[in-house]
Design a binder for this molecule. Sequence first.
Ligand code: SF4
Ligand code: SF4
Length: 435
Amino acid sequence: MPVSSSSTPPSAKFTDQPFHVMTKPIGPICNLDCTYCYYLHKEELYPKGNKWKMEDTCLESYIRQYIDVQPKDAAEVTFAWQGGEPTLLGLEFFERCVEIQNKHLRKGMTITNTLQTNGVLLDDEWCRFFLKNRFLIGLSIDGPAELHDAYRVDHQGKGSHSSVVAALRKLKKFGVEFNALIVVNRTNGDHGRRIYRYLRDAGCRYLQFIPIVERAGIGRHPEVTVSLGTDSTPFDKAADAVSSRSILPEQFGQFLCDVFDEWILEDVGRVFVQIFDQALSAWVGVEPSLCVFRRTCGRALAMEHNGDVYSCDHFVEPDYLLGNLNVIPLEELVNSGRQQAFGDAKLDTLPQYCLNCEVRHACNGECPKNRFLQTPDGEDGLNYLCAGYRKFFNHIDEPMQQMAALIKSRKPPSLIMHKDPGAAAREQQSESQRD
Ligand code: SF4
Ligand code: SF4
């Protein structure tokens, strides 16, 4: 499906359209010590003895400014709380957030809070609070115990699976809305079907799969890898560039194919998998909403506990510090030329190999943080996960076309589960004749 390659017009302000700030009110401090965590070592960015808690004045300034800079006609504003582990701040901190939000809320606007947690501290009181204040919870769980506990361990090295399962049960018991966030890594990456069935059968209705890609020699547990030698192709060298915990490109593609093949049998419209929804959007001809699959990005900023605003959660680094919102207004930081350039770079640096790719409309070269390979013809900037995405998006092409045709004929895409292949083909044919 052709997609225009035009970039964001330079005159368009980011704040004219929805944008997000992922807020880290406790910085990287966490009660777990997950081996693959990309954020724990961010502690090094701030002085020793730093107080890892957002001050009340900073919190109020942020909430007020964030509401103020939303587009004039915005009916809803979403706050995203992450860490580290934000629940370590205690319930009082979030009660205070809600109090300040209500104070500054614009007439006719509703507020949604999302909170990402490892679940360890969730009890009845937290769940009652989440339900009452309509928090959407992101719960990190990597599958059954032996897969989850491979990397999601506490500071004594003990697995956290039993705690997260207890949290999941509580969220369900209280009727709190939640997404399961599954980090796909080298260990659980061969178990797509099993993980999908496990979470679906545990009552998870919303799933997000996040591939773990750790550059070798970078991060909290850096690893040195061995060179494969000069005969290998750029794709062969992929494993060489990352830690042994990182998912392999083909492995990720196969994982997604396996989950999709299981989902399409009987769960369309019943279980929502973020990457499938994003892909369907692309096949319908609407640009995906998730930054990694959009042509440009830069609308998902990150803010540290002291008000420092960075270009993106994956670029919380000195070079990407835009400024502090206690000194420079948030609106100025979000609309700055630097941030616009950061977002446009996603498209401007896309290699020709991607521009020619048959699934570019769905992939768009994914996230720039993962673009550290060379294309087969030697151009820099190919995404490490390319082989996986290409495999997956081609694998789902036909069913996506069928679901897109159903949507265009104002029918639910879930009808795909009851089709015989001949009927699907006929429907597609009549759809294209109508077009
Ligand atoms: S750098 Fe990656 S994660 Fe960050 S906004 Fe861009 S696409 Fe999204
Ligand atoms: S699948 Fe590969 S070649 Fe195609 S757009 Fe994605 S990264 Fe680029």
